[in-house]
Design a protein around this ligand. Sequence first.
Ligand SMILES: Cc1cc2nc3c(=O)[nH]c(=O)nc-3n(C[C@H](O)[C@H](O)[C@H](O)COP(=O)(O)OP(=O)(O)OC[C@H]3O[C@@H](n4cnc5c(N)ncnc54)[C@H](O)[C@@H]3O)c2cc1C
Length: 548
Amino acid sequence: MRIVIIGAVAAGTSAAAKARRNNETAEIVIYEKDNYISYSGCGMPYYLGDEVVDLQKLTPRNPDFFKTKYNVDVLIRHEVMSISPTEKKITVKNLESGAVIVDYYDKLVIATGASATVPPILGADREHIFVLRSINDMLRIKDFINAKKISKVAIVGTGFIGLEVCENLVGLGISVTLIEKLPQVTPGLDRDMAIHVLHHLKEKGIRVILGASIQSIEAETIELSNGVKVEASMVLLSTGVRPNTALAKAAGISLGTANAIQVNSKMQTNINDIYACGDCIEHFHLITNKPVYRPLGSTANKTGRITGDQITGGSLEFRGILGTGIFRVFEMTVATTGLSEKEAIDEGFDPVICHNIKPHKPEYLNGKEMVIKGVADRKTGRLLGAQIVGKEGVDKRIDVFATAITFQAKVEDLFHLDLAYAPPFSTTKDPVMYTGMILDNIIHRNRPVITKTELQKLQKQHPETHIMDARAVAQFKKDHLENAENMMPENLRKKTAKLDPEKPYIVYCNKGTTGNAAQNILLNNGFKKVFNLSGGFKQYKAEQEDSL
Ligand SMILES: Cc1cc2nc3c(=O)[nH]c(=O)nc-3n(C[C@H](O)[C@H](O)[C@H](O)COP(=O)(O)OP(=O)(O)OC[C@H]3O[C@@H](n4cnc5c(N)ncnc54)[C@H](O)[C@@H]3O)c2cc1C
């Protein structure tokens, strides 16, 4: 059996290695048009920032390694030009010599990945404009920064790559301006969570321009759609990727979402003996069961392994994704899994959300606060998604959420998880458990929360809404919500008899816990409508400063 694989980064090499583990006799050949293979694209921002100084660490494997370890032939600088499924043949161009050869396959794997998109911008072909997708892109950027002693960079797009590069360039002493056409940074997050990322960027002195796109790029300046001019002697376009599927399309392979290749759970395309994996395929979402395009290294490795197993007679099948992702920007970790609130609404759910602000371990051991936004389905109580921003401990919480959602946990299940606890690692009840408790309280125990936007709506409909600030007097005096009355729980207990139980009440504290105590007092005294402000005054203020 002859297995031919196109593309030798994450998916293609995973497929080859797994195929070899299953089958000692198959001929396995990978064609790769680039000169670098099996590298860590995810590590490239850290090379730019000198956090990784040795290129070899990002590109530890070469064709010799694959030949020696796996008996796999990797032919670099060889581009597959066409596929003929009827004859099971491909044409391949040797990019060094220009020679074109014909090869045949019994099983073909398309692992052609994705390319960075370049928006149609006047001047986008100038030499100081870059994308970051491959090791060669990275080396070009590094050389340019060093050779030209670049001090001002504009990064277009505020997804994870844009922000990771931003952090790394700032670490080199470069001044960075971020330009985003949407009205928020980090498009994968709901706006009320993205606001925390924006605040962190501002704290770090980054100029962030939202709601503006590029008009034109000159040697030292960029002109934006809002008329603003940005000085930049280097520009990084970080505006997303598109799957490399022209070759597949020309061969009659069906494409789906975002023009990515449609595959079934066995990684089979619509054409016999042709498989596809990695960033060139569409995935399906574990919650909605609908196709989505979420190109990530974690999934590329997984789908590559499944492909390698399938083409050698194995039974591994792909089970779908949640879109789980994580990145660091300066001291902040940003992570997400499952559906955002916006996605849940778009998918027809009636979502319940909460903002849970908790330290990752006790404050007496210097615990650092994180904000968790939980999203759940009101009807079934199923956990749908989580977004977290914070300085420490975000990674383990997002993975617990991802695991719970994978196994279709309901919000009430989170409290019952037997999570590890000792003070250096967590709080007695982990922030994950608190998130479940808050959502459970909202859905099943009549302890509703209210967001800033909902509060403003409620106040319009019911001007008689009573707002109670449950914090200490000094905190109240410093700052509070308009028309709020200061009422700590101990005072509230004595006053309930004088309050009208038919009126709507809003209670709040700093983060939500004391607000919940006040809410309990009122509800347990027969009050009808009592909302706790989600994430308390902290979240409210953060959202109020949205326009920073
Ligand atoms: C800066 C950066 C940071 C990232 N960080 C993360 C992260 O933190 N976490 C995460 O999960 N993911 C991350 N990713 C994404 C991750 O790198 C990709 O998901 C992963 O590389 C996809 O692997 P792949 O093999 O499917 O495709 P690719 O890496 O795109 O490789 C495909 C290969 O196929 C070759 N090819 C294409 N067409 C042909 C042809 N016709 N003939 C021969 N060869 C061909 C290409 O040259 C390419 O080398 C990051 C990406 C970048 C750029």
